[in-house]
Design a protein around this ligand. Structure first.
Ligand SMILES: [Fe+2]
Length: 463
């Protein structure tokens, strides 16, 4: 037994960093709950699992919201019933060595100047491709998990993946291909990958960017892959200090690169845009000679601090807003415009429309002053008009995931799934909204006797 004479200091909630306060605080345990209360009627066609990833530091502390250990929360639905809720950490080297940071674990080998991509938090997204469920974090390999959320281990596509993998790959609904990139703070800064529907690496291509940009997402259209070379860049001094090693640069350009999906570096055409940062794209599609990209644009990111989301440090002008860029491949012209003045993030379209024209897009309000959450629905055929589902006071949703109805007859014929935290009871539920009638009361809710911390991204994994 070890004893210490150090006095125990109590830290009050207010003294915690923003990302560890309120419903962003981690939960300490893993549970399986089968006795779930359902309110309303779960559509019997929802057969599968809603899975959502997020940062939940094992030690209770992390230096930044993005740096906690990945914990997946899942609910299995079948034939109108909710079978189980469970939450599981992804078993990574960082999880197995609590309190040891990735550099101390040997993420960067100083002799070979190479990275150990098995060292991951696996905390950002969870997707399914080729029958595998993958937990993703952009600095590392994917981690495969089972439908019951147990960890299988790192996935390298039969040893062919030699870079990190973004947490925001795109699955082409027409070819089944998994399209993604890996970015790095050291050259090569960007490598593009194409994996077949059956998990075979078809292409790994270095792409020239200006420098060590933080590329969180990208976007595809039917024929093109689109990269964002934007002025939030890696900073070695910040890295050595242990925090989030990214800062804004006034010198670095802001540009989008458009490449045929099977193309190479020489085929990329770069288009300058107004300086901005984009964590998340909504979608892209082609219209005549134009590639149209929509996403949540931030005017500027992390000039003085990397504390994203902290209402004390985020200027309202820097809130993310739904935006549209049009790139004319024939004339080289670029046009861009704001689609909505509300603060909006975590955008999603139906999986079946990734890279294809979509009329509707969904996102959530990120206005920190709001005490009742909101899910937005954009009608992009109608100038980007917005309708919303306003939750009761104290209820805060997450990213809305679209699931089509059986035999859907319109693009929005389906459901939006997300976890909702109720601040009045400090419990959470899965809500099922009717996407075609977003203002209406939820179709169903699956209630838990405890809370699910606010997290990042998720997917519906159908049986
Ligand atoms: Fe993300």
């Amino acid at each position: 037994m070890t004893t210490t004479d150090e006095p125990i200091t109590e830290i009050t909630e207010a003294e915690l960093p923003w990302h560890l306060r309120e419903n962003r605080a981690p939960i300490p345990d893993e549970v399986t709950i089968t006795d779930l209360q359902v309110v309303g009627a779960l559509p019997p066609e929802l057969n599968g699992r809603y899975l959502r990833n997020g940062a939940n530091p094992v030690t209770g502390h992390s230096e930044h919201w993005f740096l906690g250990d990945g914990m997946i929360h899942g609910i299995e639905l079948s034939n109108g019933s909710a079978n189980w809720y469970r939450n599981r950490y992804v078993r990574t080297p960082l999880f197995e060595n609590p309190g040891v940071d990735r550099m101390e674990l040997g993420y960067l080998n100083p002799e070979t100047i190479s990275f150990d991509y098995e060292i991951s938090t696996a905390n950002t997204h969870v997707i399914a491709h080729n029958g595998k469920i993958l937990a993703l974090e952009e600095g590392a390999f994917p981690y495969e998990i089972t439908p019951q959320l147990d960890t299988v281990g790192p996935c390298t596509f039969n040893g062919k993946l030699a870079t990190a993998m973004t947490a925001h790959p795109k699955i082409c609904p027409e070819t089944g291909e998994l399209l993604f990139f890996g970015y790095s703070s050291l050259p090569p800064y960007l490598v593009y990958h194409r994996v077949s529907a059956t998990g075979e690496v078809l292409q790994s291509t270095e792409i020239s960017v200006t420098g060590p940009t933080m590329m969180h997402d990208f976007v595809v259209s039917r024929n093109y892959s689109v990269f964002m070379d934007l002025p939030a860049i890696f900073d070695m001094e910040l890295a050595m200090s242990g925090g989030m090693p990214i800062r804004w640069s006034d010198e670095y350009p802001a540009r989008f690169g458009i490449m045929p999906r099977t193309g190479s570096d020489a085929d990329v055409r770069w288009f300058d845009v107004d300086p901005c940062y984009v964590f998340h794209t909504l979608n892209a599609h082609e219209e005549g000679d134009e590639v149209v990209v929509r996403g949540c644009r931030i005017r500027e990111l992390w000039r003085t601090s990397a504390d994203i989301g902290d209402p004390d440090q985020t200027n309202a002008d820097d809130a993310p807003r739904m935006w549209e860029w049009r790139f004319n491949l024939s004339t080289g012209a670029v046009s861009e415009r704001q689609l909505d003045d509300r603060s909006s993030e975590f955008p999603r379209v139906p999986d079946a429309l990734v890279g294809l024209p979509n009329r509707y897009g969904y996102s959530m309000s990120t206005n920190a002053a709001q005490t009742a959450g909101e899910i937005f629905k954009y009608d992009l055929a109608n100038g980007g008009s917005r309708t919303s589902h306003v939750f009761p006071e104290g209820q805060m949703p997450g990213e809305p995931v679209f699931v089509p109805a059986d035999g859907a007859t319109s693009e929005d014929d389906g459901y939006l799934l997300t976890f909702v935290h109720d601040e009045t009871t400090d419990t959470s539920h899965l809500t099922v909204l009717d996407a075609s009638s977003i203002e209406s009361d939820p179709v169903a809710q699956v209630h838990l006797p405890r809370r699910i911390p606010a997290g990042f991204h998720g997917s519906w994994v159908a049986d």
